[in-house]
Design a protein around this ligand. Structure first.
Ligand code: SF4
Length: 385
């Protein structure tokens, strides 16, 4: 059977964090329930297109999936199990915001088959959390982490962020130290990006917009501090046995996130809920992002795109090179019936001579220096028309 990953989008949060441009918003209990009803209808309707697939990973993301009532999460899980073949060993993850879950909820998650949680902590410093507009403090995170362990979860991810307003290299180091003491199986470490359309963009996005908000710690770290935080991440995590397997993701042996790896290696995935994207046999499509339309039963997809061979090759490289093991030459040949060197020989030579990439016997991967400037290296893999 063919393999499939399933993504479930829950577009609700208690309130919006100041930096967030994800498709999410606060909503009433009634809206959330209606959304779950429509989500279930969508899953039941679409499932017949995936009869020849078995599901190897499920990921509830958002938004804040844990903002749903437990019985609603259970309804979604039940309909997934009833309509898809989910393999016994499937990785089933839910994102969790520390303020929206307790032991009873997590225990119920574990019982309904979730075996991995991704907890959005971001920082252990309450001032930094407030500056981000997070709804939880560090103690809330500690409580939920402990509750997750007690509920039986043996695969936990913790999200952390660097380059935050008011953050110093010292305070970031503290965050890393404290997370490491807890020994989660997986750590995602992202650098804050100031996205257009967010309050942070108004405050920090453009030079002329930048202003101090009185009484708040809103200075962004400078470039040098940012670089030191970035370097500290790899140094401290690797020292404690976390392998950097992707630009921003670290895991103990055997705990790399299978769901995300499916994205990066371009395996088939289907997304349900507003804005959810899918890739099925090189066809990309996405649900519309309008919540009201979705609730009204208007479920048209955005334009579907059948990727050309050239686009598939580009994606293969962009996404695969995010992984520290890089891309496999044999897989490239299997998918495109062309040797990688024949398509990208000149780029490989150039990037290798700059010390940014290794062209090994079986794999092509970025060096540490290449990972540091990965966007620039990947841009080189765009093909001419
Ligand atoms: S909890 Fe996550 S999805 Fe929700 S607003 Fe904050 S960053 Fe965005």
């Amino acid at each position: 059977m063919k393999k499939l990953s399933v993504y479930i989008h829950i577009p609700f949060c208690v309130r919006k964090c100041f930096y967030c441009d994800f498709l999410s918003a606060a909503a009433t209990e009634e809206t959330k329930q209606q959304y779950v009803d429509k989500l279930i209808e969508e899953i039941e309707r679409e499932a017949e297109n995936y009869r020849e697939y078995e599901v190897v990973s499920v990921f509830f993301g958002g938004g804040t999936p844990s903002v749903l009532k437990t019985e609603d999460t259970e309804r979604i899980m039940r309909v997934l199990r009833g309509n898809f073949t989910i393999v016994q060993s499937a990785e089933i993850t839910s994102e969790v915001n520390p303020k929206t879950a307790d032991f009873a909820k997590l225990k119920a998650y574990h019982e309904m088959g979730f075996n991995r949680l991704s907890i959005g902590m971001q920082s252990t410093d309450d001032r930094e959390l407030r500056a981000l507009g997070r709804i939880h403090d560090y103690q809330d995170f500690l409580d939920v982490f402990e509750a997750a362990r007690r509920a039986g979860f043996q695969n936990l991810n913790v999200d952390i962020m660097s380059a935050l307003p008011g953050q110093s290299v010292k305070s970031y180091e503290k965050t890393l130290e404290k997370v490491l003491q807890l020994q989660p199986e997986h750590i995602s470490a992202y650098s804050l990006i100031i996205e257009e359309g967010t309050p942070f963009y108004e405050w920090f996005g453009e030079e002329e917009n930048q202003r101090q908000r009185t009484g708040e710690c809103v200075q962004l770290p400078n470039e040098e501090e940012e670089r030191r935080m970035y370097e500290l991440t790899e140094k401290m995590l690797e020292k404690k046995g976390y392998h950097r397997y992707e630009i921003s993701n670290y895991a103990k042996e055997g705990y790399a996130c299978r769901h995300n790896q499916a994205y990066w290696t371009r395996q088939d995935y289907v997304g349900f809920g507003i804005g959810a994207a899918s890739l099925i046999e090189n066809r990309r499509f996405q649900n519309k992002s309008d919540l009201n339309q979705y609730l009204a039963g208007e479920v048209e997809k955005e334009e579907q795109i059948q990727l050309t061979k050239k686009e598939c090759m580009e994606e293969f490289m962009f996404l695969g090179l995010r992984l520290t093991k890089g891309v496999e030459k044999e897989q490239f040949f299997e998918q495109f019936s062309l040797p990688l060197e024949q398509v990208y020989g000149d780029v490989l030579k150039k990037q290798e001579s700059l010390g940014l990439l290794v062209n090994g016997e079986k794999n092509v991967y970025l060096t540490k220096k290449g990972l540091d400037v990965s966007n620039l290296v990947m841009a080189e893999f765009l093909l001419d028309e």
